[in-house]
Design a protein around this ligand. Structure first.
Ligand code: HEC
Ligand code: HEC
Length: 158
């Protein structure tokens, strides 16, 4: 097994520091909870092994040590009541129980297939959709070292 964990942790700490320094300009206000939602830039480039090149065990460690705490902060800042703590199961649903961690997972809320359905959802829960679009999807792409991460990467469609 490659020993990437230390450098990943160091990169995470460095990311946290730059967040502190830059927080003034990186924080956006979220209408839903009126708590600031920080858009952090912890990039895959900071880690020794890119996510896509990691083996299953390394992916698990990266998810546990870097990705989950980062998303935990972000979800809590968005809605601390609904997301008091982020765990594997928050994103992985069934996959966390079977230890397979395949995404998308059917336990996550399913999103409408049609544009019309998506529009309706945007009217019904605008803050949530905006949070997903502007914060969750971009951070996922960054943390996995991908150009873009689609909603369907996590959510099944119905
Ligand atoms: C914020 C959401 C989120 C959380 C929290 C999360 N993961 Fe993940 N995880 C993902 C996504 C998205 C993928 C799929 C990445 C891809 O498309 O390749 C993934 C992929 C994985 C994979 C690789 C699966 C495969 O098929 O290769 C493993 C292993 C994994 N996660 C383990 C964990 C563990 C263990 C935890 C808890 C410590 C965790 N994850 C927490 C979002 C999350
Ligand atoms: C990294 C995984 C991930 C990605 C990518 C992602 N989501 Fe989510 N989404 C979640 C999680 C986790 C929840 C919270 C589920 C819960 O309440 O337990 C959620 C919740 C939601 C909800 C709330 C559903 C409800 O019934 O309250 C909506 C709507 C949503 N996401 C839309 C989107 C959209 C639109 C995109 C793409 C722009 C997207 N999501 C991308 C993980 C993700």
């Amino acid at each position: 097994m490659r020993n990437y964990s230390k450098s990943v942790r160091a990169a995470f700490i460095a990311g946290g520091l730059s967040l502190l320094l830059l927080s003034g300009s990186l924080i956006t206000t979220n209408a839903h909870s009126s708590l600031p939602v920080a858009l952090v830039h912890v990039t895959q480039a900071d880690s020794a092994v890119p996510y896509t090149a990691m083996g299953h065990t390394e992916k698990k460690e990266y998810m546990r040590d870097v990705l989950t705490p980062r998303f935990g902060q972000m979800f809590m800042a968005f809605d601390a009541k609904r997301f008091p703590q982020m765990k594997c199961v928050t994103c992985h649903g069934n996959g966390a129980r079977t230890s397979e961690f395949k995404m998308p997972d059917e336990k996550l809320p399913k999103l409408p297939k049609s544009d019309a359905g998506m529009k309706k959802l945007e009217v019904k829960i605008p803050a949530m959709v905006k949070f997903m679009r502007d914060s969750v999807a971009p951070l996922t792409a960054q943390m996995l070292g991908m150009k873009e991460y689609k909603c369907e990467g996590c959510h099944m469609l119905k």
